[in-house]
Design a protein around this ligand. Sequence first.
Ligand code: PLP
Length: 361
Amino acid sequence: MAFSLHSYPVVYRAKYGHQAWKEEYIEKPHKTPEEEAALGVPEQNALAASRNAYDDMPLVSYTTQYGLSCFEGLKALPQQDGGLAIFRPDQNAARFRRSMEGLMMPGFPEDSFVTACVETVKRNAALGFRPQYKKEWEQDSFISADSIYIRPFSYAEGGIGVALSQKPWVVVVTTPVSAYFAEGSSDAVITERIRATPKGTGWIKAASNYVISALAKHEANEAGFMECIYLDAVHRKYVEEGSSCNVFFYLKSGELVTPELGDTILPGITRASIIELARDRNIRVTERKIAIEEVFAEGKECFVSGTAAGATPIESLTYQGKKVVFNHGKTGDLTAEIRDTIKGIQYGTLPDTKGWMVKVI
Ligand SMILES: *Cc1c(COP(=O)(O)O)cnc(C)c1O
C-alpha cells in the first residue's frame, strides 16, 4: 500500500485560545525503526494505533460531526546529498491560512506552519524515522522513490450544534510514502457526481469536499478506472479537476491547457509549479475553460497533478461510454519532461533555480 498510516512518532500540535497559538511537540510511543521493522504485523499495527490515539482530542466536535476541517499535503524528500528538503512549504502555509479563514476559523500564521513542518520532519529524522536516498531511484525518474508525506490539519473543539470553530487545533503528522497511483492502468472516467458548486468550498482544501471525491473515486475504481474527472456543476460541460488533483491537456495545436481557477477548483501548488516550468520552456500555457468535447477532439496528452500524484500521465478518458486515448496510450514527451523536471528539482538531481526547496537537514 503506497499511502498508509504508519505515522512517525513526533507530532506537532498547536491549540488556539486567548488570541494565541500554544505549541507543543508530542513524542508518541516508539522503538527504533529497526526494532519496529522486526516486529510482527499485529505488534506493528498496535504501535501504529497507539501513535494515532489521543486521549485529549474531543470525540464529538464540529470536525467529527460536520466535517469542519481543512488540511494540507506536502512532502519532504530525501536529497541526493543525503539531506531532506521540503517542496514549497511557504505555498502550503499560505493556502492553509486561506483555507482556515475561508472556514471562518482563526488563520494559522504562515511562519509557524513552515517551522512546524520543518521541525516535525527534523525531530523524527533525529530518531531515525526517515527514508534514505537511493541511487536506483534515478533509473525510473523517481517514480518509485520514497518520501515523507506531511499532513497538517485543523481539528475543531468539542461541540454539537451547527457552529463555527473558534478554538481550533492545528496538528502536523508525518508518514512515509511511496508512489501514490498503482503502476499499470491510468485510465480516467468523467464522473456524473459534482465535487464543488459555485459559492461553495471547492477552492478550500476542506475535509468535507472529500466525501464526494471518495464516493466518485470508489465508483471509478469499481468500473476499472484509476481516476475520475469532474465536469463543472452549472453547464456540465467544462472539465474541472480530478478527485484530488488538477488536470492538464496538451492539445494538438501545441497549447497546454489547465482549467482556470475559480471558486470550484483547488489551486494546486504542483499545478502552479508546472505552469511556471512549462512557460520557462516556451510552451504556450493557458488557464481557461476547456469543454469535454474539445478534449476529445484536440487532446494529445493528458496528465493530472498534485503533491501525491506529481505529474501522472492519463492514458485515456471515458465520457458517456466514449473513450479518447491520448498519445496511443503511452506517456507523452511533454508529460514525461514535466514529470521528470519536477521530480529532479524535488530530489535534488536538477538545480533548484527557483528556490523552491526548503532544507530540513
Ligand atoms: C490538494 C488538491 C490538489 C493538488 O494540490 P497540490 O498543492 O498540487 O498538492 C488538487 N485538487 C484537489 C481537490 C486537492 O485537494
